[in-house]
Write a protein that binds this ligand. Sequence first.
Ligand SMILES: C[S@@+](CC[C@H](N)C(=O)[O-])C[C@H]1O[C@@H](n2cnc3c(N)ncnc32)[C@H](O)[C@@H]1O
Length: 252
Amino acid sequence: MHPALARLARPEYPRSSTYDPEWLTASDMGPNPLWLLEDLAKDLDLRPGMRVLDLGSGKGATSVFLAREFGVQVWAADLWVSPEDVLPTLERFDVTSSVTPIKAEAHALPFATGFFDVIVCIDAFEYFGTADTYLPYLVRFLRPEGQLAIATPALRRDPRELGGIPAHIRECVRWEALSWHPADWWRFHWETTELVTVTAARMQESGWQDWLTWAEVGDALRGESDGLSVTMLRADAGELLTFALVTARKVG
Ligand SMILES: C[S@@+](CC[C@H](N)C(=O)[O-])C[C@H]1O[C@@H](n2cnc3c(N)ncnc32)[C@H](O)[C@@H]1O
C-alpha cells in the first residue's frame, strides 16, 4: 500500500476508515465522499429499509456506504457514470440487492412522486441544484416529512458578496465556483419556498483541511506535487474554502 494512504485513516471518521483506501482513491471524483457523507449523516435520521436516492452518486462509493452502514435501500442515480461501471463496486461490497444504479439526469428523474424517504447528494448539487426552480422540482420525489441532505463545496462568503471568484479559486475551477454558496445561502434559498424546513445548515469546520489532505494524497498517488486543487487549497489557507452541509425536511 502506498504510504500516503495511511493519512486517510482518521479517528473523526470511524466508519469511513474501515473502507479500503486503495478502492476509495481509485473511485476518486472529488473530495472524499465518505468523509462528507459520514459527517452529513449526523444531521439525518436514517433507518433500515428507508428508500434513499443518492443523487449524482458517481462511481457508487456513497451508495455502498449508505446501504452497508445504515441498511437502507438505495437508488444510485448519475449522469456521467453508467450503471455498468458501478456494478463491479456493488458486487464487491455485496450490495447488489440493496443498491439500484440508474443513469439519470437530475432534472428528469424517473421516479414516482413521493417515493423516497431521503434524498442525499454528495458533491454534486453544485452542478445542477442552484436554480430557483430546482428544489420545488426535487422535493416532489420525497414523501411528506422526507429528508433532503446535501454536501457541496462552499465559500465562507458568497461569490456575489466577494464581488467575484477570488483569483486562487478561479485559477483552479474558473466559473464553477459561482455555485459554491455558503450554508446560509442554501438555508434562505430553500426555506423561502416554504416547501421544506431546514433542519441544519453548517459550514464544515474540518472541510478545508479534509479537502487538502485528500488532494495531497491524490497527488502523492499520482506522483505529482502541487496539483491544481492542492495549489488552490494551500493559497486559500482555510479562509474561504470548505463544504456546506445542509439538511431539510419536506413540509408535511
Ligand atoms: C464530483 S462528482 C461526485 C460524485 C459522487 N457523489 C462522489 O462524491 O464521489 C459529481 C457527480 O455529479 C453528477 N452530475 C453532474 N451533473 C448531473 C446532472 N445534471 N444529473 C445527474 N448527475 C449529475 C456527475 O455525473 C458526477 O458523477
